[in-house]
Design a protein around this ligand. Structure first.
Ligand SMILES: Cc1cc2nc3c(=O)[nH]c(=O)nc-3n(C[C@H](O)[C@H](O)[C@H](O)COP(=O)(O)OP(=O)(O)OC[C@H]3O[C@@H](n4cnc5c(N)ncnc54)[C@H](O)[C@@H]3O)c2cc1C
Length: 296
């Protein structure tokens, strides 16, 4: 009998603030080694759970599965694999979930996914699903004991016509059976606080885990920000501009920025922090150490 994982909602509801880190499944052997080195470096800081993404276009089905297994079995972590609707039929999606379920995994981040490169509009696969809420409903119906994370967008999903529309859709996602929400990255906490207030007004009472990206460089945030619909505070841009050609100094700026965000979020009652670490350990370790200090 495989060990059965604890639902993340149970963790979020108890004890000190939680730390989760996000890995992505590497494309090749070198990338795989880098992921494992980072995981090894992070291990002593005991993240409460880790997630492993599902590649754009549904291209990493096997690799997500493989690294979820490694991180769970070799590192002993509570692992939440991501799953998107892209490129799969309902039957295929259920097969993937069944595989995780049989292994004892009980947490999945259920997403729609982005349209493939070059396409602006999301077109569901034949016999596939259109929205994350459809995936959540499908999993909830067939695997009622799965704890389901869902994506949330404090600055609005880029395709949504308005924040009101996006929140109405988020409510559908919550009612379909999402267990908790993890946000898209943001650099200004005001977006999170405002978003949380709107959720509560609308009766969306799920835990909302804030997602932070410790910035690595000006070029990186200028690429990621618009891609994710996340605005860049002028102060952050100016600080990164000063150290544009000094990677270590730029990383320090990014980590310090994320540290101040984290401190304020936790002080305001956020259930924890989710770090988009892009398979790098350095920023995660610095922030995990600070989190220990904050909790002490
Ligand atoms: C925490 C997090 C993790 C992520 N991990 C991955 C990953 O591993 N792999 C990956 O490829 N991508 C990932 N993404 C990106 C995500 O796939 C994209 O943002 C995608 O464009 C939307 O996914 P979603 O699940 O939020 O979609 P949905 O909730 O379905 O929303 C997509 C759009 O449709 C609208 N919408 C939703 N429901 C309805 C409805 N019923 N009627 C009309 N409109 C509706 C929404 O307002 C929104 O504009 C992640 C995002 C987040 C926040």
């Amino acid at each position: 009998m495989p060990a059965i994982d604890r639902p993340i909602t149970e963790l979020l509801a108890s004890g000190p603030p939680k730390l989760s880190v996000e890995f992505f499944p590497p494309k090749n052997e070198d990338g795989g080694q880098q992921l494992l080195r980072s995981a090894e470096a992070i291990r002593p800081y005991r993240p409460d759970f880790v997630s492993i993404t599902y590649g754009a276009g549904g291209t990493t089905r096997e690799r997500t599965f493989k690294y979820a297994k490694i991180l769970r079995e070799e590192f002993g972590w509570l692992v939440m694999p991501h799953l998107t609707c892209v490129g799969s039929t309902r039957g295929e999606l259920l097969d993937i979930v069944a595989g995780y379920h049989a292994d004892g995994i009980r947490n999945i981040m259920a997403l729609r996914g982005d349209p493939p490169k070059g396409q602006t509009e999301f077109v569901p696969s034949p016999d596939g699903l259109r929205y994350a809420s459809d995936l959540i409903a499908l999993i909830r119906e067939n695997f009622p004991d799965m704890c389901l994370g869902a994506g949330a967008y404090p600055e609005k999903h880029p395709e949504a016509a308005s924040m009101d529309d996006d929140l109405a859709h988020l409510k559908i996602k919550a009612e379909a059976g999402a267990s908790f929400l993890t946000t898209q990255l943001f650099f200004d906490n005001e977006h999170y606080f405002r978003f949380l207030g709107r959720c509560r007004e609308l009766g969306i009472n799920l835990p909302v885990l804030p997602g932070l990206l410790p910035a690595l460089s000006l070029a990186q945030v200028q690429r990621f920000g618009p891609m994710c619909g996340s605005s860049l505070p002028r102060a952050l841009v100016e600080q990164l501009q000063v150290v544009e050609n000094e990677p270590r100094a730029a990383e320090a700026v990014g980590v310090t920025w994320a540290y101040h965000q984290m401190k304020e979020l936790l002080r305001s009652g956020a259930p924890g922090i989710h770090l988009y670490i892009l398979n790098r350990s350095g920023p995660a370790i610095t922030l995990a150490r600070s989190l220990e200090r904050e909790a002490a």
